[in-house]
Design a protein around this ligand. Structure first.
Ligand code: ADE
Ligand code: ZN
Length: 339
């Protein structure tokens, strides 16, 4: 049930977004504009036709369109425009900190230099810090449908830029590409001092979540829905205090759940898991972070205490130093307490 007082709380609460693929924030309008600017052919006649194509039965359906969409991103300015548009939108949702993913292999595969993507994204993130007051971390994902060798080559490309990249992640087609495939690459990334996270248990079984923990030694789990199928795994995630970056509207649009009321967020909180709410690929899944909060708040009738907890988890699950986390928690308390 909609609840105006709860919506007002969501609108005002400071929050961090920990699961956002910057390429997944490419709105159809910008996709069209960049296609024109760069003379790239796209198989759509209008913005409406693009939106109509955003109907997916599973993760792979989406990924096919997502990689196609990326083809319009060619220059440093394109990556800046993409990232800046996301940050401006995030600021409207009182996002104070973002830890965004990018997919370098989605660009280098098409002949766009690693640095072109990195420079444009980082320039916008730095501007966002100054102009919008949004701090950031940048996480480079390996595409898991590609080989271990290609992931190593990508890590090599990142090496001159390790002061600009804070972590590595693992995304793309999950089933058939278990975390074990990337055990050595992740070991190397950790050795280089990078944070590590991985998509696990979005479509893949609980065993993939175990592998992410045991073999990749992840600090967070992206999605993690299917971990709930295994009580021992749930206990372990709770005991280790790991954060789960859950994406409700993504889950709905990719048919991970049949209706928004099936979102595991409340259940995770009840089980003592550190769930967070995120938008994943907002341009494709029909909503930014506050849309995700409102969708589950209405469907699950979340209490204000639960919403505050989710906002708190977003900072305590971030890669920010403790002092910064504490400052954000104080700001949350101020907003929540002043009601
Ligand atoms: N790449 C972009 N969004 C993704 C998702 N939800 N799962 C896996 N890979 C992705
Ligand atoms: Zn994702």
């Amino acid at each position: 049930m909609p609840n105006p007082s709860r919506d007002a709380l969501i609108a005002r609460l400071p929050k961090a977004e920990l699961h956002l693929h910057i390429e997944g924030s490419l709105e159809p309008e910008l996709l069209f504009a960049l296609a024109q600017r760069n003379g790239v052919d796209i198989p759509f006649a209008s913005v409406e036709a693009v939106r109509a194509a955003y109907s997916f039965s599973n993760l792979q359906d989406f990924l096919d369109i997502y990689y196609q969409g990326m083809s319009v991103l060619q220059t440093e300015q394109d990556f800046f425009d993409l990232t800046w548009a996301y940050l401006e939108r995030a600021a409207e949702d009182t996002v104070r900190h973002v830890e965004i993913f990018f997919d370098p292999q989605g660009h280098t595969e098409r002949g766009v230099a690693f640095e072109t993507a990195l420079d444009g994204i980082e320039r916008a993130l730095k501007a966002g810090e100054v102009e919008l007051g949004i701090s950031y971390r940048l996480i480079m994902c390996f595409l898991r449908h590609l080989s271990e060798e290609e992931a190593f080559a990508t890590l090599d490309q990142a090496k001159p830029h390790l002061h600009r990249i804070h972590g590595v992640g693992l995304d793309s087609s999950e089933v058939g590409h278990p975390p074990a495939k990337f055990q050595r690459v992740f070991a190397k990334a950790r050795e280089l001092g990078l944070h590590v996270t991985a998509h696990a248990g979005e479509e893949g079984p609980p065993e993939y979540v175990y592998e992410a923990l045991d073999l990749l030694e992840v600090e967070r789990i992206d999605h993690g829905n299917r971990a709930l199928e295994d009580p021992a795994l749930v206990q372990r995630i709770a005991d280790e205090g790991l954060t789960l970056t859950v994406c409700p509207l993504s889950n709905l649009r990719l048919c991970v759940i049949k209706q928004i009321g099936e979102s595991p967020v409340r259940r995770m909180l009840e089980l003592g898991l550190k769930a967070t709410v995120n938008s994943d690929d907002p341009a494709y899944f029909g909503g930014y972070i506050n849309d995700n909060f409102r969708a589950i708040a209405d469907a699950l009738d979340l209490t204000e205490a639960e919403i505050v907890k989710l906002a708190e988890n977003s900072f305590t699950g971030s890669f920010l130093p403790m002092a910064d986390q504490i400052q954000h928690l104080a700001e949350i308390a101020e907003v929540a307490g002043g009601r």
